[in-house]
Design a protein around this ligand. Sequence first.
Ligand code: PGA
Length: 246
Amino acid sequence: MKNMIMANWKMQLSIKDGLVLAKQIAKQIKNSKSEVVICPDYASLPFIGPVLKKSFVALGAQDSAVTEYGAYTGEVSPVNLKSLGVSYVIIGHSERREHLHENSAIINAKIKAALGQKLIPILCIGEKLTERNNGETKKYLSSELRRALKGVKISNSNSLIIAYEPIWAISTNRSAKPILAEEADEVQSFIKQRAFKILKKTVRILYGGSVNIRNAEGFLAQQNINGLLIGAASLNFKDFSFICSI
Ligand code: PGA
């Protein structure tokens, strides 16, 4: 299975600026060894989808609703995402858990709804600094995986991806400091084993949190790191294309 480099643009770009960046990426990132995915905000998807259509780069969304259709004001249906050319959906990002109070039950429903539309969910999990300092990282991740993946069935190893993003290492966190690649690898090996127990499939595990041009190669060299989920560094074309070229 190929590595994956996934850009999470969060809510950082105007539609105009996102289009400029997407056009550059579509035109110039052609033969990366990794699969490349960009995840713009919802409002930009209908504009960026056509730009990526005949390119090497796939389209992802940053979230999707718990069900296909219904009275869910403000939510976006996975059916509509699919029809916009979206292939991947980030689910359970720590910023949504924190600011929008998403819990494991919601995340579980979103994963199932996305899979129902043959979208590939990227389930994000990661411990807070307190859990890390208390030596409870694995206990927390294990319970989170069990709850988020409860009753989830996948047909093959490519149907779902997990992203390990230690919350304290994400660049929007003021106290962010990078994790050592070896430490991330060790945790990801654990996640891979736990996910296998639940899903009966070996899924890819991406690493995310303050990835940049200086540390990306070290992460990608690790056995249990099958790609990267990149926030801040994905907004800069030079940095992002360099990471895609590793
Ligand atoms: P960062 O964000 O690369 O800016 O730390 C990663 C993420 O939040 O997905």
